[in-house]
Design a binder for this molecule. Structure first.
Ligand SMILES: CC(C)(COP(=O)(O)OP(=O)(O)OC[C@H]1O[C@@H](n2cnc3c(N)ncnc32)[C@H](O)[C@@H]1OP(=O)(O)O)[C@@H](O)C(=O)NCCC(=O)NCCS
Length: 196
């Protein structure tokens, strides 16, 4: 992870921001940023069904920080099963989202740096494909296309033209069909105290 992040720092973020691993101290700043960038309606998205109560995929929760260390961008990826392949075996993949950048820092390459870092890290960790729901004109520049996800379905309402995929390993999604199912580890819940 450190190697990838260092190369991202050097290549994509010469001065004004760095890409870093998200840590527990970032949670409040990240939630506030998401509300500002996407509005509270974000919680009703179908992607949210695949994330709720789960932990992001190992090493795949990244933030962008300004020079003072403040969170100005975020991206997370999640483990899912993306239907079954032609041999009937379940196919593992990642679901990306949300990606968001603080509106005050938009248009400076923060979103692109987060995307490139996430893709590099996912590839280095041996994942085969990344799926997401988003604006094709933005995500096509990173290699995401609707055709690759044409036989897959989100577990809830979604726009087919916005459901996109990137293969990290060529042919990973060939002949793959079905509905996305979350497979990431569950968040630990606090034990419920019983009244005496
Ligand atoms: C989308 C988002 C992450 C982009 O972050 P960013 O740091 O501003 O992006 P970058 O600086 O790396 O890239 C800017 C480029 O992306 C383009 N772009 C930004 N949002 C776009 C969109 N929704 N569709 C198409 N292009 C878009 C800009 O026009 C700009 O193009 P240019 O390079 O030709 O000038 C950010 O605007 C955001 O957080 N939006 C709200 C949350 C959201 O919608 N997230 C999901 C995206 S579908």
């Amino acid at each position: 992870m450190a190697a990838v992040l260092n190369s991202v720092r050097a290549f994509f973020a010469p001065s004004s921001f760095v890409i870093d691993a998200e840590n527990p101290g970032d949670v409040v700043a990240r939630e506030n940023l998401l509300d500002r960038a996407m509005g509270v309606e974000r919680r009703k998205k179908s992607s949210e069904k695949l994330r709720r109560g789960r932990i992001p995929a190992d090493g795949l929760a990244l933030v962008a920080r300004d020079r003072d260390g403040h969170v100005i961008g975020t991206v997370r990826l999640w483990n899912v099963e993306a239907g079954v392949g032609m041999d009937g075996n379940a196919i593992n993949a990642l679901l990306l989202g949300p990606l968001a950048v603080d509106p005050e820092h938009g248009g400076k390459g923060v979103g692109s740096a987060l995307m490139r870092a996430a893709i590099m890290e996912a590839k280095q960790r041996g994942h085969g494909a990344i799926l997401l729901v988003g604006d094709a004109p933005y995500y096509e520049r990173f290699g995401f296309f609707a055709a690759k996800a044409q036989h897959l379905v989100m577990p809830g309402p979604f726009e087919r033209s916005r459901f996109l995929a990137l293969e990290l390993e060529e042919g990973w999604l060939d002949g793959v069909a079905g509905i996305l199912v979350p497979t990431g580890r569950m968040l630990a819940t606090a034990p419920v105290r019983k009244a005496a």
